[in-house]
Design a protein around this ligand. Sequence first.
Ligand SMILES: Nc1ncnc2c1ncn2[C@@H]1O[C@H](COP(=O)(O)OP(=O)(O)O)[C@@H](O)[C@H]1O
Ligand SMILES: [Mg+2]
Length: 331
Amino acid sequence: MKLFGKSENDKNPDGQPVTANGAEETKMTETTDSSRSHPELKLISGQQISQSSPAANQQPVKPAPKKPLVPDVKYVIAVASGKGGVGKSTVSANLAVALSQMGLKVGLMDADVYGPSIPTMMGVKQQPQVTEQRQLLPINQHGLSLMSIGFMVQDEQAMIWRGPMLHSAMQQFLGDVIWGELDYLLIDMPPGTGDAQLSLSQIISLNGAVIVTTPQDVALADVRRSIAMADRMETPLLGVVENMSYYINPSNNEKVNIFGSGGGEKICQQLNVPLLGQIPIDPKICECGDLGTPIVLAFPDSSQSISFKRMADRLIVQVEQLEQEEELTIQ
Ligand SMILES: Nc1ncnc2c1ncn2[C@@H]1O[C@H](COP(=O)(O)OP(=O)(O)O)[C@@H](O)[C@H]1O
Ligand SMILES: [Mg+2]
């Protein structure tokens, strides 16, 4: 499938045809008019397909090609979680803004092709420009470079993707978008530990993954799966963000642990991974996302924003620490 880009025959940077999990690229058929909003977009819609294949978790992972797809990006970081609705996009959006407020150049790629929320959260809905070389220019908003499938299709269009399509879409979102020079490119992942995660690790060598969870036990079980996935992808785990961690009662400023407490801390200790941050559940965080200005930008001095900024600080420490460790290993 080709969303846009130079050639019909997708090749990865090794010159191999693009496949997911070793499967052959499947010829795409367009079963709805979902491509109308973007002439280059070929989507498939209908009953069949997608969802992560259960087998994906057992298959060996082909390592990412060494030749970088985004050569001018210093760090590529995936924001992932085992399940949806835990706040990946909220964390990605606020993390991206917090990093950019530190003077870093930041891009945010919305890889959640099933439910892209970056256009809403960043308050922008315009079609990206296509260059003469048929590459896409990211949308600039709030000081960030953004790309999302949501810029190209209508909100209500159901998007059902099977593995090879997903693989191809992600490859194009990385290789056929002019990201330019960036310090950080964050990738807001679709939920799960299946095809999308596997594809990404085959397409690009990630500098690390951030796992988002909520304090409930179920979510923590998901973190364990995500961590196992990061292991299989040979992607360093930068840490865990516990979202909706607690609630501050506005009448007396008391911290209320509505979902129980200590889940994130416990799992981080157990698994020996850093806890990057604990973000409160707060209507303002949700509201700001819905209105298109992440809270870190809308209310930079609020306690909620400070918790996001602390998380960004810790992330940078982790990334740099990891880099130093890698340099030491190479020497
Ligand atoms: N800390 C939070 N406080 C309040 N609402 C939140 C918080 N984090 C996320 N939300 C809301 O929960 C919903 C799901 O969050 P989202 O970031 O879209 O999750 P995901 O990307 O994991 O599916 C959104 O409506 C979002 O605004
Ligand atoms: Mg999301």
